[in-house]
Design a protein around this ligand. Structure first.
Ligand SMILES: [Zn+2]
Length: 1160
């Protein structure tokens, strides 16, 4: 069902359901469909007495600017590029106590066992051939009439069906089990969807404050005509530039990292790239393009030193009336400030240069990535001066400033085109007609009126939308509006939903669409008089007239086949092959499910979840379980013909947890025993998904599959895969194939799943390559999630896995969803990024969409926009709730439009821009060489900044780098994207890691990409144990670390605790419970629970971080100078990376060079 179509009953929902129309389960058949609203959403149908403050009138407020966003950052430099001083890439060493592969195979020497994702390629101990197991005989005929498959299909119904290896044992365990062959189909379920009774909701009492906070901004004179050429060839530093080569026979390592640890040495042929590929890097020459000749007027600009970490605003210039005058231009180059303790510049870092000594890092040496391959030109002598890191824009400062300036007042959404506070700022949102930034964030809140302007600026126009975002408890969830039988009011032409921007005319008898201008009759039941301002008198009584976000109860015409949906189902599908059993995983999952099943998602105050559950185990064959409540014991049915998957039982497969509790608990007790002695190592995968999807189809419901899987599916079956991992492809034109699925089979399967509303969540526990790029296709295209626990070990990983599982099972999900984004005339949605499927160019289809998933939408002009009317977005999500209710969630957002480029640059949001750029790049690697993707990104950002320089900044020396205030962090964040594992992998990053990260980032929201690319780093010695306030974060650079301190670093996937060698003994004692640095175990996966205030406070900070992220982060203890420190340094993203990624300073110089090239 397309969101924009009424009562559309045809495809794609019209799959035939032969023989299953009447399928009904006792567990839910008689159950009344909830015909009530759920208090969670406070059914909305009445006046809201407390809701009084005026919302924006349909006509808009004048454009208001945000004062701090106006002043550009100005950096003055032809910064000397430093001679490369490259440290050979090192493999992450195996930590002491590294987890051995669960199969017991030895870890090859030098094999990285911990990477940041805990990856490595280790062979399983048991070869497949050694454990060839006898397949169960398909001896018992399938009973026709009970399954949607031909009778001839061999199903083996077994009393204690022969488990792969030990039928006898199974018989012992499951004696008394009966073969379930119930074939009686219950009568059709009554569709219990009456029109709901609406209850007036308690409404929040909002106060209209805050907008006065913003200083009106008036754009003055326009910029001169600009001539930035478009379509410039990708920036190329050097034709033979080699990016991110992992293995590298480098120059002698710096004194700080002597090659003492054998684990640091690249193992032979780990990448297939021999040392000979690299010229010696000692003194490697720089490409000539990096050596811009100094321009007059820029040299030796003094650095203001009074504001460390702070980049001041430039002087006001003609194009920007209004910004407060700032301190003088900052120089990117010039002598270090006098206050600088280490002015001598760029010498090698000495031992112990942590902390206060501001000596340069060894990693700073290389200029822009590619250092090792800079050819044979002799290197110029290292210039004596370098950029002072304190003089360049600091993410920490920007984050702190925003927190201080905008964290105290609520963000009120009544004003069009307001830039919200940063994602790192805690703030309260009050909906007064536009969607909260928790639902929608934009790259710019003021978009160019014409496509020419947009092209000139190269600023992508995109919105990052999180339709089902969880709100803080002090914000009101969207109200549910019930218009009864007629359904929501929509524009006749474009089908946009009623919203605050629709204009009522003719005394309220008609309304004009704010998206397409079409005039539509107001249906009699919806008629209301207008007040003297032309506003309906029930304006404040109706969320769809006064709020940015709300929900409509959908009518039958929004449902498949015009039938209200059944409640969704969850199917748990557990790999019971050797590795899964041996590692304790199967037992762990079964134990956890016993209690977790009591926490299935419920709607509002309904006591019992409407979600039914089913269970499957599998290795080379599939085992279905009948857990019907009337059974004394569960029954197993084995399907060994995986080539043509079917579901051997209907009645008793999907059940209500409470009704079948005894049988379910019995099953979960028995599964680990049944397979305890299995020798089966091979698995199938595609048939597992097919089975789950068929089961949902048979039950006529949407739902989610939770698949727990351990290995590459090499067993003979559809979707069988081969190991095609080949790291030699890195940095070749074929690198993209590493991200592509190896067969189209899974794409087709995903399509079928989407049609059924079957969302797949995949929990992976690999001990070696299992081709995430291919296995991830179905989860990705069905809106599901992938979790990966490499070298899963019960002791260290179970907490993380169980937390992820609990959250995944409990979180809010919309099923069988379709999302459509409408826009006002002039722009339209042209591109979409995220985990979903699209069968046409407009409808985003999501078998499931959970509260953590975002969809990034890009917009392009198709006509002119006007400053008066601005631009509007409306995101409509049609979905089935966890109780089976069909709903529409609507989010509206109004943006300003501008004819002056300065207005665009003043209202941008760099965090959102980076979210878009990362997703754009990560999709690009599917079809392009990675280097091309990187060059495209750099070029686009250089054009963005060059356009600003040319059109918005005051005339100044070409040697100055001038950045727009709102985008002053673009270079540092862009560099983090460029050196991320997908675009520039280190030697320890596996192919599966990269595919995993690529998919993960694709559905991240802005807060997640922000911390993922620029991790949060906190000094623990500054923690105030008596306050809830966090210490100020510090920049991600080794030179900011003190060896006398402890630090916490989080990036959304991992939390590191870094311990300096000189940390006070008392702190070590308090945090780790040991007496000395050397006694700290780096294999801890949690901090010990100690009864002292420091320990309590640090653990509570970690808990808070965990609760803020959608995944449970892995805790890794890193001792300074320990082997694991290499891994930690990977996240010090302002430094040069081991894989060749540039330092922030060097990258900024490079961007400057690129910009100057564009301008000249
Ligand atoms: Zn319309």
């Amino acid at each position: 069902m397309s969101v924009n179509q009424q009562a559309h009953t045809g495809l794609p929902y019209g799959q035939p359901q032969p023989g299953y129309q009447g399928y009904q389960q006792s567990g839910y058949g008689g159950q009344q469909m909830p015909a009530v609203h759920h208090s969670q959403y406070g059914a909305y149908n009445g006046p809201m007495p407390g809701y009084q403050q005026p919302a924006p009138p349909p006509g808009y407020f004048p454009s208001l600017g945000f004062p701090s966003k106006g002043s550009p950052v100005c950096l003055n430099s032809d910064t000397p590029i430093l001679a490369p001083n490259f440290i050979g890439a090192l493999r992450a060493p195996p930590p002491s106590g590294a987890p051995p592969p669960t199969s017991g195979a030895p870890v090859p020497a030098g094999q990285p066992v911990y990477s940041q994702f805990g990856q490595g390629d280790v062979q399983n101990g048991i070869g497949a051939s050694a454990v060839q197991m006898q397949r169960p005989s398909a001896s018992q005929p399938f009973i026709p009439g009970t399954a949607p498959t031909p009778v001839s299909q061999p199903a083996t119904f077994q009393q204690y069906g022969p488990p792969p290896t030990s039928a006898q044992q199974l018989t012992n365990h499951m004696a008394g089990m009966q073969i379930g062959t119930s074939s009686s189909a219950p009568p059709p379920a009554g569709l219990g969807y009456g029109s709901s009774t609406s209850v007036p909701s308690a409404s929040g009492s909002f106060t209209a404050t805050g907008s006065g906070h913003y200083t009106p901004y008036s754009s003055s004179q326009g910029p001169p005509p600009v001539n930035v050429s478009h379509g410039l060839p990708p920036t190329s530093l050097s034709p033979n530039l080699s990016l991110g080569q992992p293995a590298f026979s480098g120059p002698p390592m710096s004194a700080q990292h002597p090659p003492q640890a054998s684990g640091f040495v690249s193992p032979p042929c780990s990448t297939g790239i021999g040392p000979s590929s690299y010229p010696s890097t000692t003194g490697a020459p720089r490409p000539s393009t990096m050596q811009g000749s100094p321009l007059p007027g820029h040299a030796l600009t003094g650095l203001p030193t009074s504001q460390p970490n702070h980049v001041s605003s430039p002087p006001p210039h003609p194009a920007m009336s209004g910004p407060p005058p700032g301190p003088p231009v900052l120089g990117l180059q010039g002598p270090p400030p006098p206050t600088h303790p280490s002015p001598s510049g760029y010498q090698m870092q000495q031992n112990g240069s942590f902390g206060q000594v501001r000596g340069p890092q060894p990693n700073y040496g290389g200029s822009y990535p590619g250092t090792p391959n800079y050819g044979s030109q002799p290197a110029p002598p290292p210039p004596p001066k370098r950029l002072d890191p304190d003089s360049i824009p600091s993410p920490i400062q920007v984050i702190e400033d925003d927190r201080n300036n905008r964290g105290s007042e609520p963000f009120i959404t009544g004003v069009r085109g307001q830039v919200p506070p940063l994602v790192t700022t805690n703030f309260l949102v009050k909906d007064q007609g536009n969607a909260s930034p928790r639902y929608i964030r934009c790259t710019s809140y003021n978009i160019p009126c014409t496509s020419d302007m947009a092209k000139q600026s190269q600023v992508p126009l995109a919105a990052v939308i999180k339709p089902l975002a969880t709100l803080p408890t002090d914000e009101t969830p969207p109200y549910l509006v019930d218009h009864g039988e007629p359904g929501p009011i929509r524009c006749n032409r474009c089908k946009a939903y009623m919203c605050p921007f629709m204009q009522f005319i003719e005394g309220g008898r008609r309304f004009q669409c704010c998206f397409c201008s079409c005039v539509t009759e107001v249906p009699p039941h919806y008629f209301q008089h207008l007040d003297h301002t032309g506003r309906r008198v029930d304006f404040y009584d109706r969320p769809e007239l006064s709020l940015g976000s709300y929900e409509f109860l959908a009518t039958a015409s929004y449902c498949k086949n015009n039938k209200f949906p059944n409640p969704p189902a969850f199917i748990f599908m557990i790999d019971v092959s050797y590795n899964a059993v041996k590692s304790g995983l199967v037992r762990l999952i079964c134990e956890e499910l016993k209690s977790l099943l009591d926490y299935l998602p419920r709607e509002g105050s309904i006591e019992e979840s409407a979600i039914r559950v089913g269970f499957v185990t599998y290795n080379k064959v599939l085992h279905f379980y009948n857990v019907k409540s009337s059974l004394a014991q569960p029954q197993m049915m084995v399907v060994s013909d995986v080539a043509d998957m079917f579901v051997p039982l209907l009645d008793g497969f999907l059940v209500n947890v409470n009704e079948s509790r005894t049988v379910i608990v019995s099953l979960l007790d028995q599964i680990p025993e049944m397979f305890a002695d299995t020798r089966e190592t091979e698995t199938v995968f595609a048939p597992v998904i097919q089975a789950g999807m068929e089961a949902l189809k048979a039950a006529e419901c949407a739902g989610k599959l939770f698949i727990f899987h351990t290995s590459l599916p090499i067993a003979e079956a559809p979707g069988k895969l081969k190991n095609r991992d080949d790291r030699k492809l890195i940095n070749t034109d074929k690198e993209k194939t590493l991200f592509q699925p190896q067969t189209s089979f899974y794409s087709n399967l995903a399509k079928d799943c989407v049609a059924q509303g079957c969302c797949v969540d995949l929990f992976l526990f690999p001990n070696q390559y299992l081709d995430v790029a291919t296995l991830g296709v179905v989860p990705y295209q069905t809106g599901g999630s992938i979790y990966k626990y490499a070298y899963f070990q019960l002791e260290t990983d179970q907490e993380r896995f169980l937390n992820d599982l609990r959250r995944d099972v409990q979180k809010e999900v919309g099923f069988d969803a379709v999302m459509r984004v409408r826009t006002s005339t002039g722009i339209r949605a042209t591109d979409f990024f995220g985990a979903f499927y699209m069968s046409n160019t407009t409808d985003v289809e999501l078998a499931g969409l959970d509260c953590d998933k975002t969809i990034t939408v890009e917009f392009k002009h198709d006509d002119k926009l006007s400053e008066d009317s601005g631009a509007l977005l409306q995101c409509a999500l049609l979905y089935t709730s966890c109780a089976g209710q069909r709903r529409l969630r609507i989010h509206n957002l109004s943006l300003n439009c501008c004819t002056q480029l300065a207005d665009l640059y003043r209202n941008c949001e760099t965090d959102t821009l980076i979210n878009y750029l990362a997703k754009f790049a990560y999709r690009g690697v599917l079809n392009n060489p990675v280097k091309t993707v990187r060059d495209t990104l750099i070029n686009q950002c250089a054009q963005i900044l060059a356009c600003y320089r040319k059109n918005c900044a005051s005339p100044s020396s070409a040697g100055q780098l001038i950045l727009p205030e709102c985008m002053k962090l673009l270079p540092v964040y862009l560099n983090c994207v460029l050196k991320s594992d997908v675009l520039q992998p280190g030697a320890d990053v596996t192919t599966d890691d990269r595919a995993y990260i690529r998919q993960l980032v694709s559905s991240m929201d802005v807060a997640e990409t922000n911390v993922f690319f620029y991790p949060r780093l906190l000094p623990l010695s500054k923690v105030d144990i008596d306050s809830d306030t966090l210490p100020a974060a510090i920049r991600n650079s080794e030179e900011r670390l003190s060896k006398g301190d402890l630090y916490l670093l989080e990036n959304g996937l991992n939390i590191f605790v870094w311990v300096g060698v000189n940390v006070q003994q008392s702190l070590i004692q308090n945090l780790f419970g040991v007496s000395s640095f050397s006694s700290i175990s780096s294999t801890l996966s949690t901090l010990p629970v100690l009864e002292n205030s420091f320990s309590k406070r640090v653990r509570s900070i970690i808990d808070m971080f965990q609760s803020q992220r959608s995944r449970y982060m892995k805790l890794i203890i890193v001792k300074q100078e320990d082997k694991l420190e290499m891994l930690f340094k990977h996240f010090l993203v302002e430094d040069k990376s081991m894989s060749g990624g540039a330092s922030y300073v060097d990258f900024l110089c490079h961007m400057h060079k690129e910009i100057r090239q564009l301008l000249s």
